[in-house]
Write a protein that binds this ligand. Structure first.
Ligand code: PLP
Length: 394
């Protein structure tokens, strides 16, 4: 049977694939440490769990909600954004989705016509390019320097009459890079000048370390806001990956169309998760800081070890945010005789029992991504296994 041409050009999510492989090995009794997955290891905070339990017990969670989310949740999101960034979205400008992933997916369906181009600075999160293709658009990679930063000149080099949107992910998955206010201002001014939509994926905004500061696109001034769609959610900040709540916020006309698409595609995100998310956004925020500190300790202990592995290079230095390291391992591949990062990663998983993701999944071969969103003891063991693996192959 012939399947759709759209679907035939889509690659499976490499992070989910490696994760599934690692999980299968664990199920088979192998002691695998999976650093391949972008998921906090912390439990969802108790106050959030309790809100969900209450919504089940009082019967509220039993029913459909409006397709774009409960009014109380939109209100909570609007207030959270205003408290954090001083910008007010009317609740009608907010669309709640099954995770930030679904917000992005629906957004691309709404804004892209066939062959419209979306700029993706390299490295980029694995799903952007595939979602753009599924919406009939064309992902266009934007080159970066060795520190993985890009400038307006890099963007300008890729701009065509078909350029519709630019994805700005800060703090960035996979590199942990955070744009400075000056960089962000220059990029946003350029996009606005050329009527290019800015898709600002700020899902890691709460995870900043060692005094580094995050600037949201929302803080750059009201004048840009006709061009900005904010993407965010509860997965990373509140350790709620399993609950599947994300959102998009932006121009009313775009949000209204997203609501129509979602109404047909999903009806609504799970009601119980929405009640939990109300508590996440409007309840006590202490647990966010506790988890952030935990990630910071892990980063500070793991970074010098990883940086010192034979051939590993992190030219951008210690990452400012998110919970990943993205070393250039070109030299390690040469020293150990592996042709590329995927074959290295496959061997590390099967022989050293450590799950990693090859840079190819982020548009940048010769790199690997490690997540440090796991406990320190496991990180130390994973490091030791990786070191032994490399030493033995050299
Ligand atoms: N955006 C980025 C950059 C991510 O890394 C992820 C998850 O890994 C998401 C969006 C999607 O998050 P979720 O769908 O769990 O809200």
């Amino acid at each position: 049977m012939e399947l759709s041409r759209k679907v035939m050009q889509i690659q499976p999510s490499a992070t989910l694939k490696i994760s599934a492989q690692a999980k299968q090995m664990i199920a088979d009794g192998v002691d695998v440490i999976n650093l391949g997955i972008g998921e906090p290891d912390y439990q969802t905070p108790d106050n959030i769990k309790q809100a969900a339990i209450d919504s089940i017990q009082n019967g509220q969670a039993s029913f459909y909600t409006p397709a774009t989310g409960l009014p109380a949740l939109k209100q909570a999101i609007s207030q959270r954004i205003e408290a954090d960034h001083g910008y007010h979205f009317d609740p009608s400008q907010i669309v709640v989705t099954d995770g930030a992933k679904m917000a992005l997916f629906t957004l691309f369906q709404v804004i892209l016509n066939p062959d419209d181009e979306v700029l993706l600075p390299v490295p980029y999160w694995v799903s952007y390019s595939e979602q753009v293709k599924l919406a009939g658009g064309v992902p266009v990679e934007v080159g970066t320097d060795r520190q993985l930063r890009f400038t307006v000149a890099d963007l300008e080099a890729q701009r065509t009459p078909k350029t519709k949107a630019l994805v700005l992910n800060s703090p960035q998955n996979p590199s942990g890079l955070v744009f400075s206010r000056a960089e962000l201002t220059a990029i946003v001014n350029w996009a606005v000048q050329h009527y290019i939509l800015i898709v600002a994926d700020e899902i890691y905004e709460k995870l900043l370390y060692n005094g580094n500061h995050f600037t949201s696109v929302l803080e750059l001034g009201e004048a840009n806001m006709d061009h900005v769609i904010l993407i965010n959610g509860v997965s990373k900040a509140y350790s709620m990956t399993g609950w599947r709540i994300g959102y998009a916020a932006g121009p009313k006309a775009i949000m209204a169309k997203m609501g129509i698409v979602l109404g047909h595609a999903a009806s609504n995100p799970a009601a119980v998760s929405q009640y939990a998310a109300i508590e996440a956004f409007s309840g006590d925020q202490c647990s966010v800081e506790t988890m952030r500190q935990g990630f910071e300790q892990r980063l500070n202990e793991l970074y010098p070890l990883i940086e010192a592995l034979p051939g590993f290079k992190l030219p951008g230095g210690k990452p400012a945010g998110a919970f990943y390291l993205f070393p250039d391992v070109t030299e390690t591949l040469r020293l150990t005789g592996y042709a590329d990062a995927p074959s290295f990663v496959t061997a590390v998983l099967s022989e050293a029992h450590v799950g990693l993701v090859p840079g190819e999944a982020f548009g940048l071969p010769g790199h690997i991504r490690l997540s440090y969103a796991t406990d320190m003891a496991s990180l130390r063991t994973a490091y030791q296994r990786l070191k032994t693996f490399i030493d033995e192959k050299m």
